[in-house]
Design a protein around this ligand. Structure first.
Ligand code: FAD
Ligand code: NDP
Length: 344
């Protein structure tokens, strides 16, 4: 039987590394499972899939996403964190200490507190033809795949209208002959500065109010996308050597096996969210009595299981920024430490 850890951190994005640094401030030596290509994302999380990060304080010239995550990882190591490059497959939260089973291990690890910082999995559309042409014309990561020789001087397509889609379109415009963005509404969701970069880029065209129907090809590579204009209903065929999905992510919470309460989209419900939803009248999830009970509870980042903590991004879809993730995980780690004190 393994030793009982004070804290196991699952996930290695800005959230997990912030928790590790704050655990050290409380003289806790956390064990972190950083994931081994968990859900297809490299250890370090989503920022390893992007280029410039311009909105993380302390880097006036901006910093490349993978470099920022390497620095965070090093800071965790300097803060006594033990990091294992393994993906957690299952947890047992029925009693304390909690049991955490990583891929390839037969014995569970034991922990007094768990911090769940595992957001997220790239969404796909499931278009007809998608299975056949995955990685043969279809990708969900422009930064990972975009510089490959097969993209050079080819027509490229990005689906989505958020910050990721704008960033990917700009990045891909350096390689492709042209980039077409397919946007289902008549406006972008992206921040204003990202929108402006797209509007100013002569190699990017936006097809507004456009829905996609099917991808087709020669059985080896995807070559065309069939799209429909939502307003007019007119169908057309678009030449595309590669299609990149940038339609957001969903939280990686399935491994919890339903042992903590999630919302309808799979985000973890914390006490803070229950209280907030109770206040704004939408708190139907746990019922009024339980919401009031949780409101009085003082650990904002605690989940429905005592001793299991979560915060943005895995627990809230509203802001989803590296800084909000890091900030709220500072709170979660401090609360986990208070919990350990009280549980003594
Ligand atoms: P993540 O960074 O997603 O990290 C989750 C981690 O958990 C990953 O390392 C994953 O491998 C691991 N994991 C998952 N499941 C398991 C498991 N079962 N076991 C072990 N490990 C597991 N935000 C900004 O502020 N500025 C930007 O410029 C910016 N650019 C972005 C560009 C792109 C393309 C994308 C997709 C997002 C961008 N964001 C940006 C948003 C930012 O990346 C997220 O807000 C932030 O990464 C969330 O941090 P997190 O730690 O909650 O999750
Ligand atoms: P978002 O959820 O913000 O945007 C997803 C986009 O995909 C939206 O335009 C959405 O359309 C569209 N979409 C979603 N589902 C479908 C579907 N089924 N069919 C067609 N279109 C669909 O995700 P992002 O990955 O862009 O951003 C995630 C978070 O990361 C955000 O908080 C963002 O600010 C942050 N981020 C920050 C960056 C930066 O600061 N430089 C860079 C990249 C990301 P609709 O708008 O109609 O819902």
């Amino acid at each position: 039987m393994s030793a009982i850890e004070s804290m196991i951190i699952i996930g290695s994005g800005p959230a997990g590394h912030t928790a590790a640094v704050y655990a050290w401030r409380a003289l806790i030596e956390p064990l972190m499972f950083e994931g081994f290509l968990a859900w297809g994302i490299a250890a370090g999380g989503q920022l390893t899939t992007t280029t410039d990060v311009e909105n993380y304080p302390g880097f006036p010239e901006g910093i490349m996403g993978p470099d920022l995550m390497m620095k965070m990882r090093q800071q965790s190591l300097n803060s006594w964190a033990r990091i294992e490059t393994k993906t957690v497959e299952r947890v047992d939260l029925s009693e304390r200490p909690f049991k955490v089973r990583a891929a390839g291990e037969s014995e569970p690890r034991l922990a007094k507190t768990l911090v769940l910082s595992t957001w997220a999995i790239a969404k796909r559309l499931g278009l007809p033809g998608e299975e056949l042409y995955r990685q043969r014309g279809i990708s969900a990561c422009a930064v990972c795949d975009g510089a490959l020789p097969m993209y050079r001087k080819q027509p490229l397509v990005v689906i989505g209208g958020g910050d990721s889609a704008c960033e990917e379109a700009n990045f891909l415009s350096k390689f492709g002959s042209k980039v077409t963005m397919l946007v289902r509404r008549d406006e972008l969701r992206a921040s204003k500065v990202m929108q402006q970069r797209v509007f100013d880029n002569p190699k990017i065209e936006i097809l507004w109010s456009t829905q996609w129907k099917e991808v087709i090809g020669d059985d080896q590579w995807m070559t065309w996308i069939i799209v429909t204009n939502i307003s007019s209903g007119v169908e057309s065929t678009l030449e595309a050597a590669w299609l990149f999905y940038a339609i957001g992510h969903k939280p990686a919470t399935a491994f919890l096996g339903g042992q903590v309460v999630l919302d309808e989209s799979g985000y973890i419900m914390t006490h803070a969210r229950v209280a907030q939803e109770h206040l704004d009248g939408s708190g139907v999830l746990w019922g009024e009595d339980l919401a009031l009970h949780q409101w009085r509870h003082h650990f904002a980042s605690q989940t429905s299981v005592d001793g299991v903590f979560a915060a943005w991004d895995v627990a809230d879809k509203l802001y989803r920024q590296a800084i909000t993730s890091a900030g709220t995980w500072c709170i979660a780690a401090l609360e986990a430490e208070h919990f350990l004190q009280e549980a003594k």
